[in-house]
Ligand binder design. Structure first.
Ligand SMILES: NC(=O)c1ccc[n+]([C@@H]2O[C@H](COP(=O)([O-])OP(=O)(O)OC[C@H]3O[C@@H](n4cnc5c(N)ncnc54)[C@H](OP(=O)(O)O)[C@@H]3O)[C@@H](O)[C@H]2O)c1
Length: 313
């Protein structure tokens, strides 16, 4: 049995009459697991698996049948174009039966038969200024949703310390703006898929470089412009990769949803749940007495502070 997010499942159907229900004979969950790459018969082992906690948008699926395809063999050997992070459960196709659905899942119900919509690796997102307050929240929300993050920060003297802090929050990769141009970037995409979403709050050259790593038909959302430089996009990015550029402004989003309190309430509710579970924490803060406001303003304007100045009244 594997935990599968609802979004990877399509084509739900009810099993034919007379088909024995997997729910009725729930065996202990097992999976064909490999902890290192190598010859499949040598490295794959049938192991007991721990089922992940069922979150609101999750679906628990018991696989009923799955083919062994050449791509699966190559993934186990470590020679395929994309590889699952290790340890991994082998296989990408098959049919499964839904055992349980999370609170927010409405399109599926226990007993439905489903097939995976995509390969067995999750989505990923790339973002710049990843150490900002927003960036730290993105890392944690993505982690809680099973989405990998590639986090771009500016180089600085204490870079290893910052990398360690963002990894502890749940970042999968932390790289500098300079790294975006290096051929080593392709190593990252051996274990995670190219991002479908880029989050930009910087602008200028680093944003153009970040855009190069977006999947064809991927979307970049610009929500800030810390470098005070325009976003430059090569013409080929539009023509050959059909990349989509969007903007986001929270103030406008609230105005647009003024009549739809349900959207705001359900978003706040989802965030509060993450906070209660300890999956979303506030960014690093420095408390400053009100009378020291000048020092706080100056600290906010300085580069590489990585800490929110909080005025205490
Ligand atoms: N659109 C919206 O609705 C919305 C809502 C909230 C926030 N925002 C935007 O989101 C961004 C982050 O906000 P925040 O409150 O999370 O910020 P924050 O915690 O104060 O962090 C600021 C970030 O900007 C980076 N930065 C500053 N100057 C830079 C430059 N020249 N080039 C590259 N990076 C630079 C800093 O990196 P260093 O550590 O390298 O200095 C840091 O990561 C801001 O642009 C803000 O305006 C937008």
């Amino acid at each position: 049995m594997q935990r599968a997010a609802a979004r990877v499942l399509r084509g739900a159907r009810t099993p034919p009459a007379g088909t024995p229900s997997a729910t009725a004979r729930v065996p202990p969950p097992r999976g064909l697991l490999y902890e290192r790459h190598g010859e499949p018969a040598a490295v794959v082992q049938l192991k007991d698996l721990k089922v992940a906690e069922l979150r609101d948008s999750d679906v628990h699926v018991k696989m009923l049948a799955a083919p062994i395809n050449p791509a699966d063999i190559n993934m186990i050997q470590g020679t395929y174009a994309i590889l699952s992070p290790l340890p991994a459960v082998g296989g990408n196709e098959g049919v499964g039966e839904v055992l349980e659905v999370g609170r927010r899942v409405t399109a599926l119900k226990p007993g439905d038969w489903v097939i995976p919509a995509g390969a067995g690796v999750g989505d990923s997102v790339i973002q710049n200024a990843a150490n900002s307050g927003v960036g730290q929240a993105v890392i944690q929300i993505a982690k809680a949703s099973g989405i990998k993050t590639i986090n771009v920060v500016r180089d600085r003297p204490d870079l290893p310390k910052l990398v360690e802090r963002l990894m502890a929050l749940g970042a999968d990769h932390v790289i500098t703006e300079e790294m975006l141009r290096k051929p080593e970037m392709k190593d990252i995409f051996k274990s995670i898929p190219k991002p479908r979403l880029a989050l930009n709050c910087v602008g200028g050259k680093s944003t153009t470089e970040m855009l190069r790593h977006l999947q064809p038909k991927g979307t970049m959302v610009t929500y800030g412009g810390m470098a005070k430089q325009p976003v430059m996009v090569p013409v080929s990015t539009f023509i050959f990769r059909d990349v989509r550029l969007r903007g986001f402004w929270m103030t406008q989003w609230k105005k647009d949803h003024a009549q739809d309190q349900e959207s705001l309430t359900s978003m706040m509710d989802a965030l509060c749940q993450l906070i209660r579970r300890g999956q979303l924490t506030a960014p690093a803060c420095t408390e400053v007495p009100l009378q020291d406001y000048k020092a706080a303003l100056e600290a906010t304007m300085k580069p590489f502070t990585s800490s929110k100045q909080i005025l205490l009244f």
